[in-house]
Design a protein. Sequence first.
Lengths: 444, 232
Amino acid sequence: MSNDWHLQKSHTFSPEVMAEIQRAANTGVYSIRGFGAKRQLPNFDDLVFLGASMSRYPLEGYRESCGTDVVLGARNASEPIHLDIPVTIAGMSFGSLSANAKEALGRGASAVGTSTTTGDGGMTDEERSHSTKLVYQYLPSRYGMNPDDLRRADAIEVVVGQGAKPGGGGMLMGQKIDARVASMRTLPEGVDQRSACRHPDWTGPDDLEIKIIELREITGWRKPIYVKIGAARPYYDTALAVKAGADVVVVDGMQGGTAATQDVFIEHVGIPTLAAVPEAVRALKELGMHRTVQLIVAGGIRSGADVAKALALGADAVSIGTAALVAIGDNDPALDEEYRALGSAAGYWDQYQAGNDPAGITTQDPVLASRLDPELAGRRLANYLKVLTLEAQTLARACGKSHVHNLEPQDLAALTVEAAAMAGVPLAGTTWIPGKDETDRESD
Amino acid sequence: MTGLDLSTESLRDVNAALQAAESGEFVITHPQGAHALACGLNDSIEVKIEGPVGYYCAGMNQLATVLVDGNAGTGLAENIMSGSVTITGNAGQSAAATGHGGLVVIQGNASARCGISMKGVDIVVGGNVGHMSAFMAQAGNLVVLGDAGDDLGDSIYEARLFVRGSVASLGADCIEKEIRPEHLEFLTTCLTEAGMNADVSDFRRYGSARTLYNFQPDDVDAASASNERSDG
């Protein structure tokens, strides 16, 4: 009987690397895919909660009150957003997602008292009517942008960048540009749409400050204005967003998903969410704006533990995209055979750009899209959001907190030196925070 | 005729008054370069601004007719939906950026990025336009009576560009195109509406070569599909 134990695998030229070289040689086009970074990165799993003990007093894990509500945008807006849970749904466009998927996201978010967000393609009546709290993205492309939708939104999110591709514009491949999507974006049907990567009428934070004033004037200073940045230089970008007048800063780490982007961009641009949060919080604290300007953290949030850890590091809320899609049916094992027929498998499907999604989520094909029942999918999302919240509450109570916002960095320890350095919390079992001396820590 | 004086009234009060009006004529005095003036108008009112304005004047205009007697800063009539915006002087960068409809008339020159990402607006510029004008322009018409700067119409989609003078250079995928009778007819109507006088036969037309609309993958190996990465 033969075996291949004598074969020596190259770590430099792994089978995946060779497959990509072969694919590139065959096509002459870079790899475009959806999803987020797939490589192993330092993340919230590298942190643990210390839990109450002799010096901390825990709360009962289920019944004792532990608040989860959050108010976003009270800095300047006369109508700030009140969320029941600190988990929001990130911006995803109609066009990249089917109308049923957008409806499901709206239904699920609304059922548990949180917000959902439009994307690079304008606002549809369906998502407005199914979302009790809807954030309207203001993107470089301005596809479908109009003052009526601006006024019927509950908040406005000026998108400077996203975690999957800081410095890159959106992409929607021709197979998904059907008549309705083309019309909403004023594009020819079937064109490979590449959105602008920079805003057309402002450059830099001084211009943005005036742009935000214009948006406030058009909406009567009622709507909160968020500024979303892809995590690259979060300390400076957060500070500049605050200076420009943002009510809320959204920081999206490199694990954040996308509907379609070059693989090389997804995997090699930006910094991990874990590394971005403390830097954004540092900027807010130095400006005296922590908790006055809210911080929403996104990029690879999967569980209540991730939620609680992001909040403990200083975020006011988190935002989920990929996890929400999985909750409504993306990568469903029941569809494994169909994914395999497309050269993938359940758990690996990332071809959101292709438009042939068996789950009916990342498609404009009416037959495929009709597979997704928006009511059932919405219930699944609502259930998932409830679990995230319950898990975050459980961890907060274990640390003795009566509100999830009372979690703090002192409740955390790191399992790796890298995570300790990035998160600014001690390596577990030590008092060592790489990059900080004892004096720094005492002054924290 | 209602007078609004920005030397005594706040920007918020002036804009709120204009946004609440359903009809009528308004004259704004002492604008002193104010930003975001007369933005978000949404009904058939007439507004005259006596003096220079800052950024985003008449932004997102709907239905209203706005006249600026002076110069304008960045983003004049950005994202205009309908109605018309006219200025007697020069416009800063990104005039009529992303405009979806309506008419923008700049009697002087327009700086860089005039008509960037335009989506249906008609823009008439009496003088010159700066570099990168009509960048990624999707729909609508840009009519320039003077010259155009570098990289005109870079990455353009379906917008039509008409230039009477010289073009310093064309951007990626932008080419000169034949002027047909319907284009001359459009120019005649558009120039009349804009109150401009020019011989339409002097214009040249530019638009998209449409070579960048879709990726053009090679197919060296017809069986390349079987080599797709296993993780899809």
